[in-house]
Design a protein around this ligand. Structure first.
Ligand code: ZN
Length: 565
């Protein structure tokens, strides 16, 4: 399957061309597709992977459990608040043609057995524009979800506000957003799914307010439409501008999900957010699991000699050293990566998301350095930018809202010292994390797995406990920098490392950390299983310990932990 061409414009009308009652034509590659096949393919062109716009009833059928959907508020009908000429006639014609009562269908359903509230906008109804009925049905559905403590999933597809309803249409933006604010304040989950196209007043209200925002590939997502922008600036927009991939890169979308996988991802996310008491809801099937090193690693550890300080500096910097991604994929099940700071950009130096620790949902955040030159460039060598810290903070606040513990993995030589990073407030971003993490109303555990470089490391390390791998380092700056500042001679870095006290054992003595994690010689691929086992077992002990405390106690202990220095 190829990818469809951005430049070949596929309008809504063309997308729905029916050549015969049994088939449709792909607007991009012109392939004729039988309707039965289109249905089986979930309305994705088998030839060029073009995503057809999906009718509300088809979307609901594709997402929720069979026969579980119950429509709500279907009886609310369109009025003509501005007495706009011919509006009633247009609505009647559209109703007749689409067999829809308005642009949005809302109701309740189950998704893999979990009850949800769902709303789907259908682009066939006046381009999914948001008039009073669309706003009202969504608002009522969200209010009912708040009352019944249910998660909400909204599928967005809209040209924006409905012109024929003027200012009344504009007010729907404020109204729907207000209802979602109440839903959010009640600690409930809202997922928005952006489909082609999501623009105008819908983007500038409920579409962008999801706790988690998913998008279908290559959907047009933006506030001002491309035509309006092109006319205003008098320039042609670059390829891919305002598409899902562009929004992901700019930090506004958590993940792009293929249509085929959407039901699965939504069901997992809903399940991860089922409210449970405490932080140690481990699946009983893991009760008797031993978290032990392999025999081979025990032998290797017995043979290996402890490293000197400078050797540790080098070990912490090794390219083949295990990184956050390795541990995350080994320790946690069903990890879903969530992207973006929702302000500016997604920082590839920091990854974050939600996964299960033997059945307990946790928010996991980690710095990745990369392992090949190309990979390192992509991750900016593990030097986070302000948007990385802001993404981390967004995910931590999300964890707080849903009472999920936070686990962070730190491995950075420091925050990125660059022009853009300064322009975007590197100092502010680090400070904000220290400030917010101090009061975060959920347990935080930090594991230093390599370099712990200064403020850039600390910005992810205000934990209730901080652990360090045996050969990891943690310092105010690099030994090279230290030697250069103090002795005006960066070549004396080995000597600097000795006096700076930067090893895990130093940290334990200085009470900067609670635990030292064995590396069984070296944190390499061979040791991954053994180190992960150690971490996993201890993480569970940590959460059981946290479970015994009130949230005020947890926050106060974190305060005291840092207050003592
Ligand atoms: Zn096609």
């Amino acid at each position: 399957m190829g990818l469809f061409d951005f430049n070949k414009k596929a309008t809504a009308k063309k997308a729905d061309i029916v050549v015969s009652p049994e088939s449709i034509i792909c607007p991009v590659c012109k392939k004729e597709i039988f309707k039965e096949e289109a249905k089986r393919m979930k309305y994705v062109c088998p030839e060029c992977n073009y995503y057809f716009r999906v009718r509300a009833n088809n979307r609901i059928r594709m997402v929720v459990d069979d026969g579980s959907f119950e429509a709500w508020f279907d009886d609310i009908r369109t009025e003509n608040p501005l007495n706009f000429p011919d509006y009633e006639g247009k609505i009647e014609d559209t109703m007749e043609k689409t067999k829809l009562s308005e642009g949005v269908t809302v109701g309740s359903a189950t998704l893999r057995g979990e009850r949800i509230v769902i709303g789907v906008i259908d682009s066939r109804f006046l381009m999914g524009s948001m008039g009073h009925v669309v706003g009202e049905r969504i608002t009522l559905a969200v209010e009912k979800a708040t009352e019944e403590k249910l998660p909400v999933i909204l599928f967005c597809c809209s040209g924006g506000a409905r012109m024929q309803e003027g200012i009344v249409s504009l007010m729907q933006m404020a109204k729907t957003s207000a209802a979602l604010k109440k839903h959010s304040d009640a600690g409930l989950l809202y997922i928005s799914v952006l489909t082609d196209p999501t623009t105008g007043g819908v983007t500038a209200s409920f579409a962008m307010l999801g706790d988690i925002i998913l998008a279908e590939p290559k959907a047009l997502i933006g506030f001002a439409g491309p035509r309006v922008i092109e006319q205003t600036i008098g320039e042609k927009l670059p390829e891919g501008f305002q598409r899902s991939e562009f929004q992901l890169e700019h930090g506004f979308v958590d993940a792009i999900v293929e249509r085929d996988n959407l039901r699965n991802v939504l069901a997992n996310l809903v399940k991860m957010h089922i409210r449970k008491e405490g932080y140690a809801n481990f699946d009983p099937q893991f009760d008797n699991v031993r978290y032990d090193a392999t025999e081979l690693m025990k032998e290797r550890a017995a043979k290996s000699k402890p490293l000197g300080v400078w050797d540790k500096v080098c070990a912490a910097r090794q390219l083949f050293r295990l990184q956050s991604e390795d541990y995350i994929n080994t320790i946690f099940d069903e990890f879903i990566e969530l992207h973006g700071d929702r302000y500016f950009r997604d920082d590839p130096a920091i990854m974050g998301g939600i996964g299960y620790l033997d059945g307990q949902a946790v928010t996991v955040i980690g710095v990745n350095k990369g392992k090949s030159l190309e990979d390192c460039k992509k991750h900016n060598y593990g030097m986070p930018s302000p948007e990385g810290y802001r993404k981390a903070l967004r995910l931590m606040k999300q964890a707080e809202k849903f009472h999920r513990p936070v686990i962070t993995f730190v491995n950075t030589s420091g925050a990125y010292p660059g022009l853009k990073a300064e322009e975007n407030g590197q100092g502010e971003a680090i400070a904000r994390n220290l400030f917010e993490m101090a009061g975060l109303k959920t347990p935080i555990l930090t594991i230093m797995i390599g370099e712990g470089g200064s403020g850039g490391a600390l910005a992810l390390a205000v934990g209730n406990e901080v652990w360090m791998e045996e050969n990891a380092t943690y310092s105010i700056l690099s030994p090279e920098g230290f030697a250069s500042i103090l002795w005006k001679d960066s070549s004396r870095s080995t000597e600097a490392a000795e006096v700076m006290r930067i090893t895990a054992h130093d940290m334990k003595e200085l009470k900067v950390i609670e635990d030292i994690i064995p590396e069984y010689g070296m944190a390499d691929e061979d040791a991954l299983t053994s180190i992960s086992s150690y971490m996993k077992g201890h993480m569970k002990e940590f959460l059981k310990k946290m479970n015994e405390k009130s949230i005020d106690q947890i926050v106060e202990e974190r305060y005291t932990r840092f207050r003592k220095f």
